[in-house]
Design a protein around this ligand. Structure first.
Ligand code: RIB
Length: 290
């Protein structure tokens, strides 16, 4: 079984600020850094660091080649990625003194995929392989349908959430990874139990992982629900915490571990990730988590 992450890659420009800038305000940062990010690239790194066999297909300009080189050092196969005549995706991230973030994206190559390119990538994958998708690239409806037609397991993290998500072929999704806000937007329900029950009715064949920030995380697999509380660790930067969680959970569960154990492993990994600066670079190795 191989993982394919067909997703975004960004250059993360992160500003450390006392508070997230308010409308009309100009503030100074107390530090700035440039590092590798993008939900797709981060999730690939997390899967690979957790020990999975993962291929990342991203699209960037030549100024983003170093991100692909970095992914290679984690063991990610980037041979299906495209370096073209476009800008690399850019993220402007503010991280406040409490570790909370706010992000502005410029998609660059992430939203310039052509139909023939994604079809060619998918043709290298077969029944039982897993495709992991987020909402930072174009052509998601086509990709989901084509992956399903090939018998792949479809994983969707509908983040960042927008109105286009509701028009995706969500019946073809096998796994949803959502936070509280995304879960609420997809089901129209408030409260964790209500969101999970609504998912069960709307998408009876799907499994759900619902992350609830400081309130822990739930997994619902085959209708059975399990819960894991957070591990209290000092929070420095929450950027990429969800990406870390997804990679460690999927790698563990699809290797045959229980949902309970996979939730615990993913919770430990993201607790370590939020205690460090940055997105991709903060994701721990499996050995650290164990
Ligand atoms: O999930 C975190 C990521 O979201 C950042 O790395 C940023 O690039 C945005 O895509």
């Amino acid at each position: 079984m191989r993982f394919l992450v067909l997703g975004s890659m960004n250059i993360d420009n992160t500003f450390s600020v006392e508070h997230i800038v308010r409308e009309g305000e100009t503030i100074s940062s107390h530090g700035m850094s440039r590092s590798a990010g993008g939900k797709g690239a981060n999730q690939s790194a997390s899967l690979a660091k957790a020990g999975a066999n993962v291929c990342f297909a991203g699209k960037c300009g030549s100024d983003g080649r170093w991100i692909l080189d970095l992914l290679k050092t984690y063991g990610v196969d980037v041979s299906l990625s495209i370096v073209g005549e476009c800008n690399t995706g850019m993220a402007m991230i503010q991280v406040d003194d409490k570790g909370q973030n706010s992000i502005v994206l410029d998609a660059g190559g992430n939203r310039l995929w052509q139909e023939d390119e994604v079809k060619t990538i998918l043709s290298s994958f077969n029944e039982g392989d897993v495709i992991v998708l987020q909402n930072e690239i174009n052509l998601l409806p086509l990709i989901i349908e084509e992956a399903k037609r090939r018998g792949m397991i479809v994983v969707l993290n509908p983040s960042p959430f927008d109105n286009a998500i509701s028009s995706l072929p969500l019946d073809s999704v096998d796994w949803f990874f959502v936070n509280e806000i995304e879960g609420k937007a997809l089901t129209g329900e408030d409260g964790f139990d209500e969101i999970l029950n609504a998912f069960k009715k709307l998408y009876p064949g799907a499994s759900i992982v619902l992350t609830c920030g400081k309130k822990g995380a739930y997994a619902m697999v085959g209708g059975d629900i399990c819960y894991q509380e957070i591990i209290d660790y000092p929070v420095v930067d929450t950027t990429g915490a969800g990406d870390t969680f997804l990679g460690f959970f999927l790698s563990s569960f699809l290797r045959g571990e229980s949902a309970e154990k996979s939730l615990l492993t993913a919770t430990k990994a993201s607790a370590i990730a939020v205690s460090r600066k940055g997105a991709m670079r903060a994701i721990p190795l499996k050995t650290e988590v164990l």
